[in-house]
Design a protein around this ligand. Structure first.
Ligand SMILES: Cc1cc2nc3c(=O)[nH]c(=O)nc-3n(C[C@H](O)[C@H](O)[C@H](O)COP(=O)(O)OP(=O)(O)OC[C@H]3O[C@@H](n4cnc5c(N)ncnc54)[C@H](O)[C@@H]3O)c2cc1C
Length: 497
């Protein structure tokens, strides 16, 4: 299971600041494996001499470099040589061309909410996308909206909802950048109806690794379009995206339905997504008083007018096998529902828990073995392994709604997202390493059963794992990488190439 980086440049990358916080080997992976190989070089002193004139700024101050050497995971730390705050798309073009010429690695960074150094780059350039903040015109008849890659989904929602419109799919947490979620997929409780966020993009505006600005879509440069959506930043920097809009409800009815056992919970979730009875379906599994993870709660939301009829409990809950005594029901404004995590996030920040390390495990299980796999992983999970602020998420998707080739899902009509959103004090590096090892074991168990990883978490993987992950799409991605990022400068932190 070991993986040996073959290039001298990797070692230079490591000495330039690529060591992980914990430094120790993980199940046969060397620290070098956790600080990814790159075909581009890490910058030495003076590497950024002779940069082009910019509308924005190129900064090397300590606090900017420190911020770009960290992320929501707080596990991996790689120090870039500089951070670009672009004043225009032209700045992205100019600096990617500069980095291509000098073979310096580059990574765009949205909100830095990856958990394993995916947006970090040792000795290279981090491009902060937040200044790419335009939100195109929206009117009541709009069918799409074009937004800058650095715009957060909360801002998209706030711009469209007043016109009675909304993107069809949201992540649970809204403060993620559009470019950041489109580079991974973007899954949520609406995915069973509308696919992932990447399935709802009609055009991308990108800067390739060759430094070319290109507009691409399903009909225009489709090879590039399909290499960028869920493409982990390997072929181009997304600078803007045109996203589909659908009518928004004014209010929604939100249910929390407790279950007595995992299998019935999973079965009812499957029934609901197959029927399309609700607009949103997710679920969580909590620990009981003995610390055993066997308390599932199904979360379901029905949209009210003008999208759906006034919600009717009798119709919506008919035939479900939840424990009727513990049902929680609330009517919420649509935005309050989308932004439902905000109060909890504020409380976690206040308590200092938001800055914990997050060695997250994010998997997609084949529906046929979801109960067996989830039980096996939950049976060995302890509250300490999840952490106080941690969460177990489980919900089904419908595969025929997922059409983006690089978003790899199990070959099963109803795959389940299974996520252990772990949180643990970052200074306890032994625990972080133990949890990373546990993540690797769960990944191996899942892939052996035909499952995949959803690549936002912290699972130590090798390039061979990536090749297996992309399966039949690997050759196409490799071809696109050669064509659009010929020097291999883009996003080494994903460890794909
Ligand atoms: C609290 C929380 C809740 C989450 N909830 C969900 C959820 O419900 N559903 C879900 O699907 N995911 C969820 N995620 C995962 C999240 O979608 C991904 O981690 C996403 O990539 C983070 O977006 P970001 O803007 O922080 O990206 P960053 O962490 O900044 O970047 C992530 C990766 O994308 C690349 N990238 C960033 N911007 C661009 C760009 N413009 N062009 C090309 N590549 C780019 C980076 O180089 C990096 O490799 C959640 C994460 C957190 C921390």
């Amino acid at each position: 299971m070991s993986h040996t980086p073959s290039r001298r440049t990797v070692l230079r990358g490591l000495t330039a600041g690529g060591l992980t916080a914990t430094g120790a080997a993980v199940i046969g992976f060397t620290p070098a494996t956790r600080s990814w190989a790159t075909t581009a070089s890490a910058a030495g002193p003076g590497a950024l001499v002779g940069t082009p004139p910019l509308d924005g700024s190129l900064t090397t101050d300590e606090s900017s470099l420190a911020a770009a050497s960290d992320d929501f995971g707080h596990i991996v730390h790689r120090r870039p040589a500089a951070v670009l705050r672009p004043g225009s798309v032209g700045d992205v073009v100019a600096m990617v061309r500069f980095c291509r010429t000098h073979r310096l690695p580059v990574a765009p960074r949205g909100q830095g909410h990856a958990t394993n150094g995916q947006a970090q780059v040792a000795g290279g350039l981090v491009i902060e996308t937040a200044p790419l903040a335009d939100i195109g015109p929206v009117g009541p008849d709009s069918t799409t909206v074009t937004v800058g890659a650095g715009v957060r989904w909360s801002e998209v929602a706030k711009a469209t909802i007043p016109h009675g419109l909304t993107p069809p799919v949201f992540t649970d947490y809204l403060e993620l950048s559009v470019g950041g979620t489109l580079s991974v997929g973007g899954l949520g409780g609406q995915t069973h109806r509308h696919g992932a966020q990447v399935d709802n993009v009609t055009e991308l505006q990108v800067v390739t690794g060759a430094g070319e600005f290109v507009r691409c879509s399903r009909s225009r440069r489709p090879d590039l379009f399909h290499a960028v959506l869920a493409g982990l930043g390997q072929c181009a920097v997304i600078v803007g995206a045109t996203v589909r809009l659908v009518p928004a409800p004014e209010t929604v009815r939100h249910y929390l339905l407790p279950y007595d056992d995992l299998e019935t919970f999973l079965d009812d979730q499957r029934t609901l997504v197959r029927e399309g009875r609700f607009d949103y379906v997710e679920g969580q599994v909590a620990a009981d008083a003995d610390g055993a993870f066997r308390v599932p709660t199904l979360e379901a939301v029905a949209y009210g007018p003008p999208v759906g009829p006034a919600p009717d409990d009798t119709v919506l809950l008919r035939g479900l096998r939840h424990n009727a005594s513990g049902v929680q029901r609330a009517d919420l404004s649509y935005y309050d529902f989308l932004d439902r995590l905000a109060p909890a996030v504020a409380a976690l920040k206040e308590a200092g828990l938001w800055s914990y390390a997050h060695p997250w495990l994010n998997l997609l299980l084949p529906g046929r073995s979801a109960a067996a796999l989830a039980s096996r992983m939950l049976d060995t999970l302890t509250p300490a392994d999840l952490g106080g602020p941690g969460l177990v998420l489980v919900y089904p998707l419908l595969r025929d709604r997922l059409t983006t080739p690089l978003l790899r899902t199990p070959d099963d009509p109803v795959p389940y997202l299974f996520a252990l959103l772990r949180a643990t004090p970052p200074e306890d590096t032994a625990t972080v390493d133990r949890l990373l090892t546990a993540n690797r074991s769960a990944y191996e168990l899942t892939t052996a059963a035909g499952g995949t990883r959803y690549p936002v978490g912290s699972i130590p993987v090798s390039r061979a794992d990536w090749r297996a992950h992309f399966g039949p799409e690997w050759r196409r991605l490799e071809r696109a990488k050669r064509a659009y990022d010929p020097q291999g400068i883009l996003v080494p932190g994903q460890g794909v190439f």
